[in-house]
Design a protein around this ligand. Sequence first.
Ligand SMILES: [Zn+2]
Length: 581
Amino acid sequence: MALALTVYIVAHTVSGEMQDPNGFERAVERLRTAQIQRVVLESYRGGLSVDEAIMVKARDQFKTAGFETMGGLMPVWGEGFGKRGEGVETHLPFFCYSSEETVSAIEGEIRKLARLFDDVVIDDALMTSCRCDTCDRARGDKEWPEFRQELLCGATRRWVRAAHEENPNAKLIVKFPQTYDRYHVYGYDTAHFPEIFDGVWVGSESRDPETVAFGYTEQYQGYFNIRWMRACAGPKFEAAWYDYLDCNDTLFYLQAVTTALGRPDRTVMFCYGDNLFSDNRVQRVTEGLPGLERLWQAAEHPRGVFVLKPPNSDGSGDLFIYDDFGMLGIPCVPTTQLSPDMRSVIVPAQGFADRKTGGAIKEIIRSGGQVIVTHAALQRITDQPDLLALFGYRPQGVHPVRTRISGIELDGKVNKLEQPFHVPGDLAPEKEATIAARAKYGEFMGSRYVPLVTVMTHPSGGKAIVWNIGAFGHDAYNIEESLCVPVRSEIPQLPAPVVNLLRNMAIEPLGFSLSAPARVACFLFEKKAVFVNYRAEPADIVTNGLGLDLSSLYAAAEGTAADSERSIRLAPHSFAMVGMN
Ligand SMILES: [Zn+2]
């Protein structure tokens, strides 16, 4: 099976339920039924450190039962283990890594695991918000994020050496959380961790996008996370992981679909227990494995619109906007840098963290390509007048002023909004630029308008486009620090004609068009196109120019079918895969 499945077993279960023969037998039965190949046995979590002898016993039992095994640990503070972080930023139980007590205690766990296993993964709380006096003195003039990244790079280099000392075959793996636009804030380093560690995993969980419980995460995020982390880590990227939290069986299955499209070598489910194996969650994925396998097999060589996020880039007011691009139906290809041969790219604020981005944009446009920037991205280049001019602006024509709008005018017709929508700023384009859509605001002294989309067409045929859209900033997080997306995105709630306009603008250089509601995602691979309907309602999609061979349509759900030569009706919460001529 290409979609190799792993289940993570936390320290409390390893030292509790797995030590009971009945508990162990039940686990073996469940894991075999679910076609699980490997288990992660965790030795530390929140103050509980499992004795080496118990770890050996658990490892040998699972090996004898036919499972591959590996080790894991979760670096969250608990009584009697390391030093808890201090300060006002979050109240989560992260460690202080300026403390030798913390670094050596975790090193001890890593040494223990490396003696027992060839693969050891550090779960996704390897972050710190500590502001203790020692940390504050050590950071000197640096900002907290930069200091924390350096601190954690130092500790993790030491741990990797320790793991290799214990076992020359040991691989120490870092699992990044799903929170890609917040990594750097608490010390996760996407530029250096892939060099330091022997392997890289990432979270692809999305859970319920309608609830704040674990964030209003749009489900496309799982795909972005996998593809972007692969762009950061290269061949060291191995696995993606999702969990049962805040999921019914349908949402759990959709996580599996999204993850399979990222084509990780391994898929990890968190975590073993009644919650994972109840309410048809794992069962639904097991039943769906033939379809998931087909998705995984097809998901080679993604193509589409390049979306730029350099390693460790800050997103200003565009946090997690890549999830929205995907939910608009744009087939996104995450990239960490631009190259001049790219024909269609989207650059949100994150993109200008790389100083080479401006030059690459000029080259792309000069050679006939298309570049779309957001308002927050445009603000970041107001100190580069020549680059700004390519988009049809002067510095004084760009201003951040978040404004609620009441409608969007396209082709002379105003589309009313069913959900609130805010534009991030005001824009005054030069006369050479075309306003392709404008947003209506205010009733006082009559309706007024602010540009929503502007286009500068260059003699090369290249286009420089501005989308006056945005997401949210770091100030949207409160003291409870949910880590995941704290606000419901407005972008996928835009009226259908606006969704179609934005998507078709982005994909025009690829030579096709697509009409579909928001929250229907489009994935393009070497020989197949895949459409995923994340909505609870059916979705009709119509394509032009994609060369779909609808006789090859494969769908895992009833109710999905080709209607005509170019249109497909997608059942709720389902996917369709189609070959391309
Ligand atoms: Zn500290």
